[in-house]
Design a binder for this molecule. Sequence first.
Ligand SMILES: NC(=O)C1=CN([C@@H]2O[C@H](COP(=O)(O)OP(=O)(O)OC[C@H]3O[C@@H](n4cnc5c(N)ncnc54)[C@H](O)[C@@H]3O)[C@@H](O)[C@H]2O)C=CC1
Ligand SMILES: O=C(O)C1=N[C@H](C(=O)O)C[C@H](O)C1
Length: 257
Amino acid sequence: MTELLPVAVLGARGRMGAEAVRAVEAAEDLELVAALGSSDPLDSLVSAGARVVVDLTVPDATVGNVSFAVEHGMHAVVGTTGWTADRLARLETLLAGTPATGVLIAPNFALGSVLATAFAAAAARYFDSVEIVELHHPDKVDAPSGTAVRTAQLVAAARSAAGVPDAPDATRDQLDGARGARVDGVPVHSVRLRGLTAHQEVLLGSAGEQLTIRHDSFDRASFMPGVLLGIRSVARHPGLTVGLDGYLNLQTGGTGS
Ligand SMILES: NC(=O)C1=CN([C@@H]2O[C@H](COP(=O)(O)OP(=O)(O)OC[C@H]3O[C@@H](n4cnc5c(N)ncnc54)[C@H](O)[C@@H]3O)[C@@H](O)[C@H]2O)C=CC1
Ligand SMILES: O=C(O)C1=N[C@H](C(=O)O)C[C@H](O)C1
């Protein structure tokens, strides 16, 4: 009989965590060994024998949780937002001490969203202007979304690599925030609206034309195939991987590893 992979979920009583608990419980090759909330001690991850820790908590808690997992030789699959460049650099330093341990920081687990971001990065060099609109439910605690930040970073990097200058415009803000926030020079606008789940549009414009790349998550079930792919793959990817695209062969049309 094949051994089951022992998995723990942190933030297990939250919107995403509860969905992940159900997905792990339903997977025949995985065993849910711990499902922790905010007041549960991390030590129970060790006593439960978790090999992979899934973090779906809050930006203030995720760094401590992931550091604990890495320090105890557990792999981590992280959907929580708030991973700044500085936090990622410190995590890489920590991971250098345990070279066999893998951490996946995935701003978005929905395969369609990962593809939409890749399409936007591929298109970015061909258009004069690029702006991002992200739209979420109003219970979301952060803005802009992690997905929008990641998309803006990849768009900006693609434009910079191709030598595309920032598109100038004539607008001078009459009110702070009127043009959104800038992430690596890319304007990002955040909408919070009751009834929404998680949505993003990348608007690319040139003279006389517009390309819109839109992705919609209507249900948190959309994130679960990516969460499961992360859990099953993380041990084969030691070190830090940012973005689920790191586990997919997007260029070759492969189905992941
Ligand atoms: N990567 C992705 O595809 C997705 C990422 N997210 C991100 O996941 C995070 C969670 O989102 P939601 O589930 O909507 O939030 P939520 O607020 O419903 O759930 C967060 C849960 O974490 C718990 N928590 C807080 N501190 C904790 C700690 N130290 N240990 C264990 N649990 C703790 C809270 O009590 C709460 O139950 C957010 O950062 C969100 O942006 C959300 C959806 C998809
Ligand atoms: O809080 C959410 O809901 C989501 N958070 C992630 C983000 O900030 O990008 C992923 C998805 O957009 C849903």
